[in-house]
Design a protein. Structure first.
Ligand SMILES: [Fe+2]
Lengths: 324, 166
């Protein structure tokens, strides 16, 4: 392996802080994030880096691999987490540059949150579609801590039920998104017989989605034991390339998403184009990254069963959900 | 003047399926189907599994006319995916027909008795709770598509080779 050459970054000019965790260090300047590990330096465009970091933080390292791109990312082991450079890229592996370091989840999470707090400038919302927010570039200028700390809605049974996650409305700050202005907002009519008023529940699911203020950030709307309906609205590019450690399912509710599929060494292997009503599994041994030309409604369906963790540990979790 | 967008939904009689373009991959691994196509090409109220994760299911159902009564030991959820569908609810007189250890919905006899709980009128995109241990049935004036979140049971039909891209 040849030497590691570090770019010149001057915090006294940019106003940003340097962050270190284990043997990794992170710097930013006006346009780029610089990631250093003992085997090399890697540079990413700062907007891509911050959007990916935002998802990794919001999702608590998520299921399996959160690849910021083909080179850098994290792998969740639920309690501890790997951070890697090049470990999912064939050329980095072959040239023995690939590097992985394991962290306690709360330690790495603390550092990631501090990076977001220091590096996100006022006016840039890393959850928002690019047309709906300001720019990530430039020297240090304020923060957006209120935006980056927002919590996703998680229903215990179904949103809108008494005591459960509330419906979205103009009153609680969720106006209809510009791209869903044509989505009907009427609520279902419930005719309960006397004595059964509290027992019948329904809500306008598409209307709820049309009021999502974020992109590529699932929330939970309905729960059957560990079966979680996690719909989300999508626009532009999923800021991470997701390599799940189990199967997940997508059901396209509106419009169209084109999924780029790669293997776990970053070779492209397929393109999955999903239109309204399409249903597709994402195998557990690939990475997927979506592209949504217009804001669209996607139902992500996850199985949160604790027994899956055990199956992942002993290697028995199926990579495809059905064989036929 | 702000940009105007048209949201594209589909229906049992108007859907445009996407697909899988492979380089070095088997399309069957993606179990790719379409909720509306499955409803359009199957018998009324057949519960066709379109997604399955261990025993959890998502089922596509063609609603047309009235259905039988169903009941289930656990909650289920239904979404009307295109046209208007009514859900009728019944508090069973005899809950002993429900086996708590049995997953998935099952049919009840036509003469099932109980107390009417009421109705919910669903339009496109509306989701209703099908609460555990209460019977429910559907009614649709025209062929319509339902999506049900449930668990594999005796009414669930798996026919992957018929519904998925190969
Ligand atoms: Fe995913």
């Amino acid at each position: 392996m040849t030497s590691v050459i570090k770019a010149t970054v001057d915090n006294s000019v940019s106003g940003y802080q340097t962050f270190t965790v284990g043997t990794f260090s992170f710097n930013r300047d006006e346009y780029f994030a610089y990631i250093n590990c003992p085997n090399g330096e890697y540079v990413m465009s700062i907007d891509d880096f911050l959007r990916a970091l935002m998802r990794d933080v919001a999702w608590g390292f998520f299921y399996g691999t959160v690849a910021f791109d083909d080179v850098f990312g994290t792998i969740n082991h639920y309690g501890n987490v790997d951070m890697y450079m090049g470990a999912q890229h064939q050329d980095w592996i072959v040239s023995e540059r690939a590097y992985t370091e394991n962290f306690k989840s709360d330690v790495l999470m603390g550092v990631f949150k501090s990076i977001l707090s220091d590096w996100v400038n006022e006016g840039f919302d890393p959850f928002a579609a690019p047309q709906e927010t300001g720019l990530a570039w430039g020297r240090k200028n304020g923060n957006e801590d209120a935006l980056i700390d927002r919590q996703r809605e998680v229903a215990k049974r179904m949103v809108g039920m008494p005591g459960d996650a509330p419906l979205r409305s103009d009153e609680n700050g969720y106006s209809v998104n510009r791209a869903f202005a044509d989505v009907d907002q009427e609520q279902p009519i419930i005719e309960a017989m006397p004595g059964f008023e509290g027992e019948l529940s329904a809500f306008n699911f598409f209307g709820y989605l049309s009021r999502s203020d974020v992109t590529w950030n699932p929330s939970v709307v309905s729960v059957v034991r560990q079966s979680l309906f996690c719909p989300t609205t999508e626009e532009y590019i999923l800021p991470i390339d997701h390599g799940n450690d189990r199967c997940e399912w997508f059901l396209q509710m509106s419009d169209e998403i084109i999924w780029d599929i790669k293997d776990k060494e970053s070779h492209p292997i397929a393109t999955v184009t999903m239109r309204a009503g399409d249903v597709s599994a994402m195998p557990g041994d690939i990475r997927h990254q979506g592209q949504s030309p217009k804001r669209s409604m996607l139902l992500v369906w996850e199985n949160g069963s604790p027994e899956i963790l055990e199956m992942i540990r002993n290697g028995t979790v199926p990579m495809v959900p059905v064989e036929f | 003047m702000s940009t105007e967008y048209k949201t594209v939904f589909a229906s049992i009689d108007d859907y445009r399926k996407g697909g899988v373009q492979c380089l070095n991959e088997d399309p069957k691994r993606y179990a790719f189907s379409n909720l509306y196509e499955v409803a359009a090409t199957n018998a009324p109220y057949d519960r066709i599994v379109v997604a399955k994760n261990l025993d959890y299911t998502i089922e596509s159902v063609r609603a047309e006319g009235g259905s039988d009564w169903y009941v289930c030991a656990h909650d289920e959820f239904v979404v009307a995916m295109d046209y208007d569908v009514e859900v009728h609810y019944l508090k069973l007189e005899d809950e002993s027909v429900i086996d708590d250890d049995k997953d998935g919905a099952f049919k009840l006899p036509t003469n099932t008795s109980g107390q009417e709980m009421g109705r919910i009128f669903l339009k496109r995109g509306h989701m209703a709770l099908l609460p555990e241990k209460n019977a429910y049935r559907f009614h649709a004036n025209r062929p319509s598509t339902l999506m049900i979140q449930s668990i594999l049971g005796e009414e669930s039909i798996e026919k992957w080779a018929d519904i998925c891209l190969k």
